[in-house]
Design a protein around this ligand. Structure first.
Ligand SMILES: [Zn+2]
Length: 464
């Protein structure tokens, strides 16, 4: 089947043109002015921007954590992503200690089977290389399976944290494989002590979660990860960078010409300790995630780093838990509140409204941060642009649409929204995933058998 998207403005990271887009099956066949309607199904894109579908490189669907499981599975999670204009997600498979990466891969592929409404890929979170690092070669196997990115945790000592030696070992091998190392950069050993000190003083409310995880704990780990990556010759990507101190560590590394990249997330750009977590109520558990919300003064430097290109990507770290029966696990103790917030559906609305409408970012920079750079850095050459030969992952964006964000109408499976009641201008109108229309007039019309596992290429984060 052929579909013609007519009369729109085609927006890529490096160009803006008035053009029609012809889709043949799953692929973009042509991008040109005045393509005849012929026998094609025609979609009118008058006053719409025709851009590559969003790519969210940081999600946690159906993930066990803190005695429960994240509230969105692959169906509800990818459905919400699509409604928000995202057509590819990269989720995290978590290797359990004492088990292989292969097992983790099979577990996560099974979670996604028959449930993904859009294409998905996986990063592998490495927690264990076995006695004497005897399982190091599993990294090679993961790259061969199309998983050329490894997540390493410097936080959560009793569950996920690895020591610096293991980090170095993984980075050395990753460098040889042109794989990318993703780092959760927080000094977990120090944080755990601070947490126990708060609890011992009876400071158990959600507010203290935020206070227990200093910006310096993140900045120190950011610097350490980048330094160890430099020693190993590896490319490194800092996930969910949240504050100005950590940004400084990244800035120094990039000035030195190191292969260091980072993302931030909408929550750090528009939510703050002062506004959302002032220490008044249990409601603040809705904003318990790591790194925590920071003081407002950190927001401007993050926006500035997006505008300058120092931060490469905006992802969500979508890790949803219901307020009613999941966040409540930590009612008496903030350290037992499941860590994470919902955001997969609202990423592009927030980035457009507060980034583009406010004049901080150009529309082309928006596409770079939301789609093109994720595709390039994470080795997905068929994604991230509107051009002949690319997958027909297409977002028709209505920059004039007024939208009120609310849990009452959202597609995510949580009972709250972090941006409840916020009014934004700019929203996804129609969305195509490999040629199949999955959203029409902002309503989901896709299906859970459509999304495919996407094998990615090892390219050292675009530096190879
Ligand atoms: Zn995460």
């Amino acid at each position: 089947m052929t579909t013609l998207i007519q009369n729109g403005t085609v927006l890529n990271a490096d160009s803006t043109t008035r053009a029609d887009v012809l889709i043949d099956g799953e692929t973009i066949l042509a991008v040109a002015a005045n393509i005849p309607a012929a026998n094609h199904q025609v979609i009118d894109a008058t006053n719409l921007l025709v851009m590559p579908g969003g790519i969210d490189v940081h999600t946690h669907l159906d993930m066990p954590f803190g005695g429960t499981v994240s509230a969105d599975d692959y169906f509800t999670g990818t459905r919400a992503a699509a409604v928000g204009g995202t057509t590819t997600v990269i989720d995290f498979a978590l290797q359990a200690r004492g088990h292989t990466m292969r097992e983790a891969l099979e577990i996560w592929r099974a979670k996604a089977a028959g449930k993904a409404c859009i294409d998905y890929s996986l990063h592998m979170a490495v927690t264990d290389l076995g006695p004497n690092n005897q399982n190091l070669a599993e990294l090679d196997q993961m790259v061969a399976e199309g998983i050329p990115s490894f997540k390493l945790f410097m936080a959560y000592p009793s569950v996920l944290m690895i020591d610096d030696g293991l980090m170095f070992k993984v980075m050395e091998r990753a460098a040889a494989l042109d794989a990318l190392c993703l780092i959760h950069a927080e000094n977990g050993s120090v944080i755990d002590i601070v947490v126990s000190e708060f609890l011992a003083r009876g400071e158990t409310a959600p507010h203290f979660h935020a206070l227990s995880r200093s910006p310096l704990a993140e900045a120190e780990a950011t610097h350490r990860a980048i330094a160890i990556a430099e020693m190993a010759g590896a490319s490194v990507y800092i996930v969910h960078l949240s504050n100005a101190d950590a940004l400084l560590a990244l800035h120094h590394a990039r000035q030195k010409g190191l292969r260091a990249l980072a993302e931030t997330c909408p929550q750090y750009l528009v939510l703050s300790l002062e506004d959302q977590m002032p220490g008044r109520s249990w409601d603040e558990a809705k904003y318990v995630f790591t790194p925590p919300l920071r003081e407002k003064k950190n927001q401007a430097p993050l926006w500035q780093a997006l505008a300058s290109g120092e931060l490469s990507v905006v992802s969500t770290d979508h890790c949803p838990f219901r307020f009613s029966d999941q966040k409540s696990l930590g009612k008496e103790d903030f350290s037992k509140i499941p860590n994470g917030g919902p955001g997969i559906e609202n990423r592009l609305q927030i980035l457009w409204h507060y980034g583009v409408n406010s004049g901080i970012l150009t529309p082309q920079q928006f596409v770079a941060l939301a789609s093109a750079e994720p595709a390039r850095i994470f080795g997905m050459p068929t994604k991230g642009a509107i051009a002949p030969g690319k997958d027909a992952d297409i977002l028709l964006w209505d920059p004039a649409a007024d939208y009120t964000i609310t849990a009452a109408t959202q597609s995510m499976a949580t009972d709250y929204n972090m941006f409840e009641g916020w009014q934004v201008r700019g929203n996804a109108k129609h969305v195509f995933s490999r040629g199949l229309q999955v959203v029409a007039d902002a309503k989901f019309i896709g299906n859970p058998n459509h999304g495919r596992f996407l094998k990615r290429q090892a390219n050292a984060g675009g530096f190879a």
